[in-house]
Design a protein around this ligand. Structure first.
Ligand SMILES: [Zn+2]
Length: 500
């Protein structure tokens, strides 16, 4: 039996500080031994790691995988003044122009009727520009017409469900994006990811297996598509813990975002009296989805950002749990961005896992206090949830934020801005490095339906690991991690300096 042996490595976590040798065979970790204590055989492939660090690769528990790939091909409209936008639109050769990144307030010359602007400079072509959190779009008349809206008199600003409707009409097919997306994960030190996208993404990942790249992908199915297919026959979740690809959750949106003031709140936004956000799903019809999905063995993954949405999400999850027989799947509250501490017992008893994105603090810190006031002390409540024994997993929500897992950990540990300046936002919610690391490795396996022991590098677990030239606890972002190699299932998948 051929073994790979990595000699003279420092293991994280649980390193004694002494160099060890890591033995791998058949893609699994065989064991760790004090350096030099186990005799090597002449068939062993030996890599002298010379005191480098080895830790598990990461699990990103919430992102938009194939869309992250497409995102890098779109035009970026953040920081653009309208004259630049005029130029970019008029010079673009694409049949359909897609961009992202605008923020409030958008340039005055675009408004109050951005449709006219996009019609003029886009030369009548379909133009769709997402805002930075992907819950609003600016569109041209061509997009309005294609998606069934009356274009005349329309401002060209669409929000939430209407924005998605327009998007679904003009978005490109992600079929070609699987290889690029998997390679992007690997060069960020990520070997498993749970993505929340639509049917064409599921189709693409079924046709091109992420396993060909040594990556595990998990998928949520949008509630609308689930309800639609239930008209014929209630679909079953598919894929096992050991499969490269599995779809196990129904993804339900209860509300919008903090950035768009559409997160569903128990009481008014502090700077917008009378506004409690947008309720996308609630009550009886939500209960119906929870019952149908639960009975068919699906887990729920519920987008809930405001405190009222979080409370409603735990109710729906309790319903789904009560209908599910002998299926072990974690239900998840995605984002759980604002916690009302009074809801802790309800969340805990629902059995929900909290799927947080600490890196959203980098953007949301700008307006959190003005919109949520003192409630912000319970925003992205990592510390509080751990202390209350509610499991926490983390993800980046890429492309909304950068895919960089270290930047997400850094946000959880420091809650400062991207450069480590300014005072911490919600300092009582900071966690230890090892806790944030756990939420992206061993602590993420169960909730993402990955093989048992995934992310531990314990004997018998999948040999998915990364090699760094410094102590992980000193890393603040991917760039300074000194990441040199990524292995999954014992095979070298990415190496620094090689065909990046
Ligand atoms: Zn998301």
């Amino acid at each position: 039996m051929t073994r790979s042996v990595f000699t003279n490595v420092l293991r994280y976590p649980c390193s004694s500080g002494e160099p060890q040798d890591l033995f791998i065979s058949n893609g699994l970790v065989q064991g760790w031994y004090p350096s030099g204590s186990v005799a090597l055989s002449q068939d062993d492939i030996v890599h002298d790691m010379n005191g480098h660090w080895i830790c598990s690769t990461f699990v990103d528990s919430h992102l938009h995988l194939l869309y992250t790939e497409q995102y890098h091909r779109q035009i970026q409209v953040q920081n653009l003044i309208s004259t630049q936008l005029e130029q970019i639109l008029s010079e673009s050769l694409s049949e359909t122009i897609i961009g992202h990144g605008w923020r409030d307030p958008f340039p005055e010359t675009l408004g109050p009727d951005p449709r006219r602007f996009l019609d003029t400079y886009g030369n009548g072509r379909p133009v769709l520009l997402w805002n930075a959190d992907f819950h609003r779009v600016l569109v041209s008349s061509a997009v309005l017409e294609l998606s069934g809206f009356n274009a005349c008199e329309h401002s060209g600003i669409l929000v939430e469900l209407e924005a998605e409707k327009a998007w679904s009409v003009i978005k490109p097919d992600p079929a070609q994006d699987v290889p690029g997306a998997c390679q992007r994960l690997l060069r960020n030190g990520i070997s498993a990811a749970t993505t929340f996208d639509r049917g064409e993404s599921i189709k693409a990942l079924t046709e091109t297996s992420p396993g060909d790249f040594g990556v595990y992908v998990r998928h949520g199915v949008p509630e609308e598509e689930f309800i639609e297919s239930c008209k014929n026959e209630i679909p079953k979740p598919w894929g096992s813990r050991h499969d490269d690809f599995a779809a196990r959750w129904i993804k339900i949106f209860l509300d919008g975002t903090l950035g768009s003031r559409t997160a569903w709140m128990k009481s008014d936004y502090s700077d917008d009296p009378g506004n409690t956000g947008v309720v996308r799903r609630s009550g009886e019809s939500l209960t119906q989805t929870a019952i149908t999905a639960g009975a068919a063995g699906w887990g729920l993954a519920i987008h809930a950002i405001g405190d009222a949405a979080v409370a409603e999400a735990s109710r729906a999850i309790s319903v789904a749990r009560s209908r599910r027989e002998s299926v072990t799947i974690s239900d998840r509250i995605e984002h759980l961005q604002l916690l009302d501490p009074a809801d802790i017992p309800r969340i805990r008893s629902s059995g929900a896992v909290a799927s947080l994105q600490p890196c959203h603090l980098y953007e949301d810190r700008q307006w959190m206090r003005s919109r949520w006031g003192l409630r912000s002390d319970h925003a992205i409540p990592f510390r509080e949830l751990l202390d209350e024994s509610i499991p926490v997993i983390t993800g980046t929500d890429a492309p909304v934020e950068s895919l960089d897992p270290w930047a997400d950990i850094y946000a959880a540990v420091n809650r400062m801005d991207r450069n480590g300046n300014e005072k911490a936002e919600g300092p009582n919610q900071r966690v230890q490095f090892r806790e944030a690391f756990h939420s992206k490795t061993a602590g993420a396996a169960e909730a993402n339906y990955l093989p048992e022991g995934y992310g531990t590098l314990a004997s018998g677990s999948s040999a998915d690991f990364q090699i760094l030239d410094r102590n992980p606890e000193a890393v603040t972002c991917l760039e300074d991690s000194g990441l040199s190699q990524v292995y999954t299932r014992g095979v070298l998948r990415w190496s620094k300096g090689e065909c990046e």
